[in-house]
Design a protein around this ligand. Sequence first.
Ligand SMILES: [Zn+2]
Length: 512
Amino acid sequence: MSLNFYGGVNKIGGNKILVDNKDHSNSSENNISSLFLDFGMSFSKAGDYFSEFLQPRKLNGIMDFIELGLLPKIKGIYREDYLKHCGINSYKEPVVDGVLLSHAHMDHCSHIHHLREDIPIFMRKESEIILQVLEDTGKTSFSEIMNTKKSFHYVPKKRGEGYKKLTGDEAKIKRTIETIKPYSPFEINDFKVTSIPVDHSLPGACAYFLENDNETIVYSGDIRFHGRNQEYSNKFLTEAQKFNPTTMFCEGTRINEDTEKKIETEEDIEFEATNTIKNHEGLIIVNYPIRDLDRLVTFHNIAKNTDRILAINSKQAYILKLLENEKDIETNKYPKLKDPNIAVYFPRKKQGLISGEHCVAYDDDWKIIDSEDDEVKKDYETWEREFLDEDNAINYTNLKEDPKKYIFRCDFFELNQLIDIKPENGLYIHSITEPFNEEMGFDFKRVENWLNHFNLPIYKMHVSGHGKGKEILNMIREINPEKIYPIHTEHAKLFDILRDDGITVIHPELKS
Ligand SMILES: [Zn+2]
């Protein structure tokens, strides 16, 4: 068996590990499998070349990525439309049997966009929901994962002569997505695969067990032991012990961290924020990651503790709605959309008519548009209009008139809402990761400028999605694999201490 690491080596994220049992020289050998563990983007590597205004070109398909080493040079895995357009012949059949996705963070899944649609992507329902919402609500290029859009395609015009470019739903191709159930083994050729839930900073995160005649492999995905689902990680540990792995791929994002901090758990954030907010009269503004529904629960609890309503955006409302509709998912963990302590905030968009305070001209006659007017809806995307009809839909006037009543979740790109809200005596809780690269540093400086402009003091309250050094090392010791491959870390050498426990530590080489 060969193990090839096309990402996640000496970097945080970008995991693309190919577990390959196939003899590619012999095409009749088709009952032996070859699987990718995740197919993510390395943010730091992409950031070496690209920024907001300097982006890979769609016209060049995968080639800008390949040129700069952002995608591996492997034949038989990439989309036909991207290849053909660049004059490269595609294969009839894909050369890999699938991708096992550990969770729906971009550094694990984003480059699935470039893969052939007929390569099955195995993931949990929660990951599907998150990726579907991001796809339905986002507009950036190279972002579709659940569906692809045939690019560079022309079809005969229905009426008249000539061809027209294939667009919209007609261009859509559904990717092969296989929904997997936790703890239920399934087979992919000669591999038996099991997905084991772990605690991480979004729903649906899992580790994988892979076994065939030669090897038993454990892939940790991203894991922590201090979140709201720590029992998942504990169960993973016992199951992995029983599995008795020959090989383990383990993340080490925070392998170099062990210091005790004031805030270590979601409950600590709850306690700290409740106390900070308790006697506060102004608007509370918070930013936490959109996919982190454990953090949503935290701020929902804080809202309940302080008699406030958590105002989320329509994107997060959409995630809650889809989760609510799934019977198989433990959705009672998350607040219902109609919960009395949840509201959905609508920013002014397009013409900005939602508050009933703004006018448009009919000929030369300027008229205030009532917030109930049909015209208001046209300011919003189709997917979000249903939330607009609900009783808990609010806008800036609610936050301005009754600031004591709300906790406003405000993403980085929503800071311009402060101009409409004009918060007085408010405060801001920064509940996302500290900037760890230059670009994030610039963004954070901008956040500070906005907060200073509106005299909003800043409080930082965050806990990580990753286990600390000792937790990770002790987990590995207890699982006791024969070989360990440190991945998803900038401090791989710190795993070497496991050699004292008789574990072989292998530092994989990055393939391109
Ligand atoms: Zn992650």
